[in-house]
Design a protein. Structure first.
Length: 201
């Protein structure tokens, strides 16, 4: 069995990396950095407040929250990749590694994309890279929890070859008083061999 490089090695050796999106454009992919705080907040502020209230787990425009993310970067805990158009962050993708011994091989996917860049394939390339990188962080599975009203997100994950593994009734509440079922999505990411960074995982 081929020994995998550490996640730190791969990030240092493979990034930054310019990739072509589905619409023929290009974005720069790289790991989240300590000085990304302001650019990340600007990206999150482009997302409508109603959407933030329904779908986000954290107050993503709070400078204290974002500063904590940028000041505690550890890819063995949270694998974070951003996509940039020039100096502008246009997407942020993360895989959160479980601290539980029972689930240390499982990560949880989160993705945010600037509305002006949706439908152009930016989210797809970010997630593809995260799936390729996940085995280097010791992961074998990447999960995603999506409320049933997020039709576009469910379709996107299925296109990225995530499969539905159950529904939890009334497990999501938005900031507006709505209650929704949560669909459990999962994608296997083998770690037996080195992967081609930039593929579809």
């Amino acid at each position: 069995m081929q020994t995998l490089r550490s996640i730190e090695q791969v990030l240092a050796e493979e990034y930054p990396q310019t990739v072509t999106t589905r619409d023929g454009g290009a974005v720069l992919l790289r790991p989240l950095q300590r000085n990304d705080q302001e650019a990340l907040i600007r990206m999150f502020r482009t997302i409508p407040s109603q959407e933030q209230g329904r779908f986000f787990r954290d107050p993503v425009t709070d400078p204290v929250v974002v500063a904590e993310w940028c000041n505690s970067i550890d890819p063995t805990s949270v694998l974070a990749i951003v996509a940039l158009d020039g100096e502008r962050i246009v997407a942020d993708g993360t895989v959160h590694c479980s601290s539980s011994q029972m689930k240390h091989h499982v990560g949880a996917l989160r993705l945010s994309v600037d509305p002006a860049y949706r439908g152009r394939g930016v989210g797809g390339v970010v997630v593809a890279h995260l799936l390729d990188l996940a085995p280097y962080a010791g992961l074998e599975w990447v999960d995603a929890e999506v409320s049933t009203n997020e039709v576009g997100a469910l379709r996107f994950l299925e296109q990225m070859r995530f499969e539905r593994h159950g529904v939890l009734p009334d497990h999501a509440q938005d900031g507006l008083g709505g209650v929704f079922d949560v669909v459990l999505m999962a994608r296997h990411v083998g770690r037996e061999i080195e992967r081609d960074i930039g593929g579809q995982g």
